[in-house]
Write a protein that binds this ligand. Structure first.
Ligand code: C5P
Length: 297
């Protein structure tokens, strides 16, 4: 969305949550990064990034989870400012930007918050600064910011391989009504991978076919779930409760946790489930949304 008046041009991009419907780990590179295969989808809602012309690069925070970022000391070394600085230097330009992040998604939650924000920043500044770079070209900067930042440049379902940076668009035939639940436990991605390294002696076999249907997905898993649960037992509680929800089609943890997802065939079933969970767990983050299946360039 581009809002113009005589003085300023503001561009706002949604940085939707990313959700891993499955995540298999097939190996480990010599640099310690894990090779994986994952069905990676985006929701409709998420954080909001707004950029406006400015002399230097600066970031301001708002939204329900802004305080968590400030408390974690992330304001000054935020991945958003790193992304903006990297794009500016690669483009060889001197323009700045006032960047505003409305932080609606919980942090350290396994739903891509920082990566999604960084990708949305690249997309917004690409427009603000009139660079007109293709997503392929932006991917080369994105990968320097984090393994799953390239995938977050896309808002449609992807099959993700490599260490998360090799992306292929896919058509999905799965229920799109999704409920995300986080027991408000923050988990650090490196800590979960470290725990995984300690626990696992054998990697997953590579899948023969991409699991694009619900029945194919049901025989997949999130291989980080066992290690994340060892760091926070609350995840087990969330998963057990979600498995008892009426009409639920698939339940599992996303990414490195602790957010868990449930899929439903209808918005009514999803909303009923959201009501049940928030009634009994007012302290949990309970977020009804939909999976975006519309392909964008
Ligand atoms: O790339 P990113 O900064 O998102 O990764 C955070 C950490 O997660 C890495 O430092 C690494 O410990 C772990 N990681 C991994 N394998 C991946 C992605 C992340 O081991 N494919």
């Amino acid at each position: 969305m581009k809002v113009m008046d005589e003085m300023t041009t503001c561009i706002t991009k949604t940085a939707p949550a990313k959700v891993n419907l499955c995540l298999h780990i097939t190996g480990r590179r010599t640099d310690g990064y894990h090779q994986l295969e994952s069905l990676f989808v985006r929701t409709k809602n998420g954080d909001q990034i707004t950029v406006a012309p400015n002399e230097g690069l600066s970031l301001s925070l708002s939204g329900p989870f802004a305080a968590d970022l400030s408390d974690a000391g992330v304001q000054s070394d935020n991945i958003i400012l790193t992304a903006a600085g990297l794009l500016r230097s690669k483009a060889g330009i001197e323009q700045g930007a006032l960047i505003t992040l409305e932080k609606n998604l919980p942090i350290a939650a396994g739903i891509g918050g920082g990566s999604a924000d960084a990708a949305a920043t690249l997309l917004a500044l690409n427009e603000l600064w009139g660079l007109n770079w293709s997503k392929n070209r932006l991917e080369k900067i994105a990968v320097q910011l984090g393994a799953d930042v390239p995938a977050c440049l896309y808002n449609h379902p992807l099959w993700v391989t490599g260490v998360g940076e090799v992306v292929t668009s896919v058509d999905l035939d799965v229920p799109i009504y999704i409920l995300l639940v986080n027991p408000m436990v923050g988990l650090s991605t490196p800590a979960v991978f470290k725990r995984y390294r300690m626990d696992v002696c054998e990697f997953d076999a590579s899948l023969k076919n991409i699991p694009v249907s619900l029945s194919a997905l049901q025989s997949t898993k999130n291989s980080l779930e066992r290690s994340a649960v060892k760091l926070s037992g609350e995840i087990t509680r969330v998963l057990s409760l979600m498995n008892t929800l009426a009409d639920v089609k698939l339940v599992r943890m996303s990414g490195s946790g602790a957010t868990c997802l449930a899929l439903f065939q209808s918005s009514e079933a999803r909303d009923k489930a959201a009501l049940v969970l928030s009634k009994h767990h007012a302290d949990w983050w309970v977020h009804p949304d939909i999976i975006n299946v519309t392909k964008e360039p």
